[in-house]
Design a protein around this ligand. Structure first.
Ligand code: ASP
Ligand code: MG
Length: 408
């Protein structure tokens, strides 16, 4: 008998039929003698629909009300799931994030979980119930305001709850079979990975692999919760995200991200304090800067380029333009036609020459590299947005991430 947290994403609860399928699986898991906590996302594209509705009402939705609106999506799923599980003859109870004791910071739209006071969840389990918790939301205990955790936040709810409850496993049910060596919609021979380390998964998620929210992997790593990413459409094994993998891969996978844009500040005076002047106000405005490149300076001036989420591009442009005039820079350029491709693998730490091989593969395809960044287990290149498919395919071909034994 185990304590299992199961998270079902939007597609998995996308219709009444799908919800009944989820209920069946939950009931089976419960009847096998396990305690089950279920975390649900909003049905289908429910969150996108609510965002669109809000923007039809106003171009600048008030953040507090936006969270009141968006949390409704998960409440619909949780109540319907509870009803469907009841129908299977299993007692079930749904709880909102705040009822489940998910305490967060106060930032509407991107709050972070600080603590989970899960006594109502535990009481439910002690009463023999399946407890269904609305994903992606919590409450700021100081202001007593409802918050959301950022897009994809139900993953964070699930893994954080698993940690708080001391669960044996957190299962993430989704519409794909697991974590792949590359996006299977782009690369025909992309393969499902049997396992991936927390460290690698964090890098893959940060590099654009959409299957798990990066923050959820951080919880998994911190509290050593094994995460099993698997399909809600069949019973097959998915991908295990855990501390140690059986085989250390040089390249575990290729990730890509087309959601960022590049900002270049031209003709920046090259003197101490200028970078801080640019990036402090961006950080204060909550703009998440990813890659940064500063060119060599010629005649005391230089160019600084950085990438930000396309969703923050208007804010980033305003700030960059204001600063450019304050610090005496020449001007600001925005480029939205970029993409980032990344190679990730823990074995890179002990292998020389991966970066140069990556650059050669891209150059063989006449793909120009515009920016480069690295971590000990990741190399990322910014390329033209229109080159992203060719880049991902040629890197996947060129590096053959492991998975089938003959390649090891
Ligand atoms: N429904 C939210 C979203 O679409 C949270 C989630 O799905 O995890 O971002
Ligand atoms: Mg979702």
């Amino acid at each position: 008998m185990a304590l299992i947290v199961q998270k079902y994403g939007g597609t998995s609860v996308g219709s009444a039929e799908r919800i009944k399928t989820v209920a069946q699986r939950v009931a089976d898991t419960h009847e096998a003698g396990n305690d089950v906590v279920v975390v649900v996302s909003a049905m289908g594209q429910g969150t996108d629909d609510l965002i669109a509705l809000a923007s039809d009402v106003t171009p600048n939705p008030y953040p507090r009300e936006m969270d009141m609106l968006l949390t409704a999506g998960e409440r619909i799923s949780m109540a319907l799931c509870a009803m469907a599980i009841h129908d299977q003859g299993v007692p079930a109870m749904s709880l909102t994030g705040s009822q489940a004791g998910i305490l967060t910071t106060s930032v509407h739209g991107s709050a972070e979980i600080m603590d989970i006071r899960a006594h109502r969840v535990r009481e439910g389990l002690d009463d023999g119930k399946v407890v269904i918790v609305a994903g992606f939301q919590g409450v700021d205990p100081v202001a007593k305001e409802i918050t959301t955790l950022g897009r994809g936040g139900s993953d964070a709810t699930a893994v954080a709850l698993a940690a708080a409850l001391g669960a044996d496993v957190c299962e993430i049910f989704t519409d794909v079979d697991g974590v792949f060596t590359a996006d299977p919609r782009m690369v025909d021979d992309a393969r499902k990975l049997d396992e991936v380390s927390y460290e690698e998964m964090l890098e893959l998620a940060g590099a654009g692999a959409g299957v798990l929210m990066a923050r959820s992997v951080e919880f998994g790593r911190r509290y050593k919760i094994p995460i099993h990413v698997r399909s809600s459409f069949h019973d097959g094994e998915g991908t295990w995200v855990k501390e140690e993998t059986m085989e250390e891969a040089i390249i575990r996978g290729v990730a890509h991200d087309s959601s960022e844009a590049k900002v270049t500040v031209h003709g920046v005076p090259d003197k101490p304090g200028v970078a801080a002047d640019i990036f402090e106000p961006l950080a204060e405005a909550g703009v998440n800067v990813d890659m940064i490149v500063q060119n060599v300076s010629i005649a005391g001036v230089t160019d600084i380029s950085f990438t930000v989420p396309k969703a923050s591009i208007d804010r980033a442009r305003q700030i960059a333009e204001r600063l450019a005039s304050e610090i005496g820079a020449v001007g600001v350029d925005i480029d939205t036609n970029i993409a980032k491709v990344s190679l990730v693998g823990a074995g890179m730490k002990s292998e020389l020459g991966i970066a140069s091989q990556m650059f050669r593969v891209l150059s063989d395809r006449q793909i120009n590299i515009e920016m480069i960044s690295t971590s000990p287990i990741r190399i990322s290149c910014v390329v033209r947005g229109t080159d992203v498919e060719a880049a991902v395919r040629s890197l996947h071909d060129g590096f053959q991430p492991p998975s089938s034994p003959e390649e090891e």
